[in-house]
Design a protein around this ligand. Structure first.
Ligand code: GLA
Length: 394
């Protein structure tokens, strides 16, 4: 993977420091105003762990797990069935779910998910076929939106495979308008992998838009996505979010420190938090990462600012900052190197004047009051994440 050039990083850092100084969240009232996803959507999606092996039983069991393991109470809400639930269109053009895997169709599953206090999401493609070759929504946008609404669907992810020759802003706007007419609030998740500059038209079109290609369950993928997705932080705000893709936490390809870093950076970037593991069988460490309510509170902060890189004291030793509604700052000390390292944050760089209280969001411990700077030992491929609250208010 390519490292970003130091000069590019320096420009990003300068921009970030300026934006923090100005208290910037997002410019202009340019967002889709469907009233949904005022904070980044949270939930679970079948794709990262199960691929095409989806079924009503899997979604029901995952809903049950979410209730039992405390994820629902921690804020997770949407269970999203990704690709492969659909098999054909009937004579009238209506989309047909796989009747073996989804007996009775999607409606009874939506009812079940709702009965557990959760919401259901579904997947389609803006083009002719989905990435797995199932029927896409091209020229069926209105009918599909109405069908989802009838079924009780609350969220739709719309992919971009087999869309050659189509114009992404136009095509996704058609889906947006069809959803608006469908008569049910449905979160609209745009998934064109950042290939048509969605951070420019996404805010007026959908509630979230993917900024990159697909995540993989390995450290290099997390680094690459952080570097790409963080470039568009000024496009994000309540109702409209950059989507650096679903979580890999708990899927086995990274260490727990790496997963903590992955989760922390996603929260710092105000990313949608869509778990992508098997919720029915997870380790205590995975559970503790996914249900860390102090980190989740950073992601879900109502100011809706996406955090930024503000300092890189040495190559791959980075400080990231996200302003929060109450005037405090979430700060991630991000050690991308393979060696445990002591790192120092200048409070001024984090936009904090005077002394401030520091709370460690992974240790769940108050570290005391600091002026000038704060230091911590950060694990290899890991983070220390703190909340810094100025003593004199803002
Ligand atoms: C694309 C998307 C993934 C997933 C698959 C399903 O690769 O980016 O998130 O939805 O398609 O086929």
């Amino acid at each position: 993977m390519k490292q970003r050039a130091p000069r590019v990083r320096a420009v990003l850092i300068t921009t970030a420091v300026l934006a923090l100084a100005l208290g910037a969240a997002r410019p202009g009232p340019r967002s889709l105003d469907n009233g949904l996803a005022r904070t980044p959507p949270m939930g679970w999606n079948t794709w990262n762990h199960f691929g095409c092996d989806v079924s009503a039983q899997l979604v029901r069991e995952s809903a049950d797990a979410m209730v039992q393991n405390g994820m629902r109470d921690a804020g997770y809400q949407y269970l999203v069935i990704d690709d492969c639930w659909q098999v054909a269109r009937d004579a009238s053009g209506r989309i047909v779910p796989d009747s073996t895997r989804f007996p009775g169709g999607i409606r009874p599953l939506a009812d079940y998910v709702h009965s557990r206090g959760l919401k259901l999401g579904i997947y389609t493609d803006a083009g002719r076929r989905t990435c797995e070759g199932r029927p896409g929504s091209l020229d069926h946008e209105e009918m599909d939106a109405r069908t989802y609404a009838e079924w009780g669907v609350d969220y739709v992810k719309v992919d971009w495979c087999n869309a050659e020759g189509l114009d992404a802003p136009t095509q996704y706007a058609r889906v947006r308008d069809a959803l608006a007419r469908a008569g049910r609030p449905i979160v609209f998740s745009i998934c064109e992998w950042g290939s048509n500059r969605p951070w420019e038209w996404g805010p007026r079109t959908g509630n979230l838009w993917r900024t990159t290609g697909d995540i993989q369950d390995r450290w290099a993928s997390v680094l690459q996505i952080v570097d790409l997705s963080s470039q568009y932080s000024l496009a994000a705000g309540p109702g409209a979010w950059n989507d650096p893709d679903m979580l890999e936490v708990g899927n086995g390809g990274m260490t727990d420190d790496e997963y903590r870093a992955h989760f922390s950076l996603w929260a710092l970037m105000a990313a949608p938090l869509m778990a992508g593991n098997d919720l029915r069988a997870m380790s205590p460490a995975t559970h503790d990462i996914l249900t860390n309510t102090e980190v989740i509170a950073v992601d879900q902060d109502s100011l809706g600012a996406q955090g930024m890189l503000v300092a890189e004291s040495a190559p791959d030793l980075q400080v990231w900052v996200k302003p929060l509604r109450d005037g405090s700052r979430a700060v991630v000390l991000f050690n991308r190197t393979a060696l445990q390292t002591a790192m120092t944050v200048s409070l001024g760089r984090a936009g904090v004047r005077g002394s401030a209280r520091v709370r460690d969001l992974w240790a769940h411990a108050d570290r005391g009051t600091f002026a000038g700077h704060f230091s911590a030992v950060v694990p290899a491929h890991g983070v220390v994440m703190v909340r810094i609250t100025p003593e004199g208010g803002r």
